[in-house]
Design a protein around this ligand. Structure first.
Ligand code: AMP
Length: 116
């Protein structure tokens, strides 16, 4: 795994590159995915860099819970009343490409199972 703490998401947090931000608080940011895989595709990230969910610790417990609550709040804000999917990709086999923990919110269409 790549443990470099800085990714493109740090630049989005610092407003160094543009993103369509839909939610922000002291701990978290949510913005639209640049390559949407569903009509609604939003990423929820912690402002603190945790590269992967595998590297989260007990100390991150409250933050991780907060990110899930932000995800459900953003889903409501986006009117995903029919449901949605939350995804965390971890590492190479998980298909993770940006090593700054993020929750994908995917909605606006029916999802398939199992995922690819
Ligand atoms: P993952 O493959 O789970 O690491 O997801 C990374 C996601 O970040 C992908 O869905 C990308 O499309 C998205 N992404 C990468 N760069 C940007 C960016 N600058 N703005 C918004 N989304 C991005």
């Amino acid at each position: 795994m790549n443990n470099s703490p800085e990714t493109v998401f740090s630049k989005i947090i610092r407003r160094e590159i543009p993103a369509t931000i839909v939610y922000e608080d002291d701990l978290a940011l949510a913005f639209r995915d640049i390559h949407p895989q569903a009509p609604v595709h939003i990423l929820v990230i912690p402002k603190q860099v945790i590269p992967t969910i595998a590297e989260a610790t007990e100390q991150d417990q409250q933050l991780l819970g907060h990110l899930l609550l932000v995800a459900k709040q953003v889903a409501k804000q986006e009117n995903l009343d029919q449901g949605y999917r939350l995804v965390i990709n971890c590492g190479n086999d998980g298909g993770q490409t940006v090593y700054h923990l993020h929750i994908h919110i995917l909605g606006g269409r029916s999802m398939q199972w199992p995922p690819g």
